[in-house]
Design a protein. Sequence first.
Length: 340
Amino acid sequence: MPIPPVVLTPGVSTPAEVEYPPPLRPKMPSQQVTTVPASSVSVAPPTNVVEAAKQLAAWTAVDKHVTKDCQVIGIGSGSTVPYVVERIVAQGPEVNKDRVFIPTGFQSKELIVDAHLRLGDVDQYPHIDVTIDGADEVDKDLNCIKGGGACHLREKVLAEAADTWVIVADYRKNSEVLGTNWTQGVPVEVAPFAYAKVLYNLRMLGSTNPKLRMAKMKAGPIVSDNGNFVIDAPFNETEMSDPLTLLTRIKMLTGVVEVGLFCHMAKAVYFGNQDGSVMAKFYDGHEEHYDNTSPSNEVPPPPAAGAGAAKAGGASLSQTTKEADTGVQPPPAPALGVHQ
Ligand SMILES: O=C[C@H](O)[C@H](O)[C@H](O)COP(=O)(O)O
């Protein structure tokens, strides 16, 4: 039955006068977007050594790589990335007001929006200054397994689009060979209708028991932000020792959308350690260590609890820091002296 045309009777409300319920997130005038204090970022304080290590890594990486001239910034996914956003917000509204932030998925989009940072997308900004992301495991050559949260397609797009791609992780992710600690397999995003064929292909490639990743609170498989399925494909140590070859083989399988092996992409990886230090490994093979042994780097204690970054755990970590290299003035960070 055709929909009848709307007939407007004089004196009766026009559609424009109808009151609609408010949007879920009130639209903020642009000047407000830039003046929300850092303390509004709701990152729970680190409650254990692993969380503290993630925060240390994230803060240090932001201090080193999110410089004043970074205008387009990619935000990765996972449990380490909220600390990245926290530290960026702590750089202050003045520096953030002209920046745009590109998410790698639903989670990071929410982080950006909730922090009142400006959201963009990679189709508007195909050239990114710096992307900071987490990883499930990193090998000695800075190759990574990613996709534990099924975000690796968008993550790889934002990694490739970035001049600088930086990884932040805790000490458990640091391995000689991929697959040592992350044993559930290489995440492989597949077009749903092709999953059974790709499972078969992966077995032929030598994967030991590849599995379709199932949802926890939903019957059936997990569905990525792109509407695809994810297979976790374990391979033996020999295959994992040459991740670029393995990546190429898996990527060639028709039906595969993206593979959670990121080879030769990272410029630097920051590992937060149990002892409160941070180790950074760089693509050229050199390493840097940040700890609290350099008195020349001491700065005043952080603001009182509840204010800014201290609220998010800064006060419980090291209280001395090296002045950030970013040209912006964040609050005291956990990363300290540099030993090469
Ligand atoms: O798909 C998810 C991403 O690749 C994450 O960056 C990765 O799983 C690491 O997450 P987390 O920092 O929680 O260990």
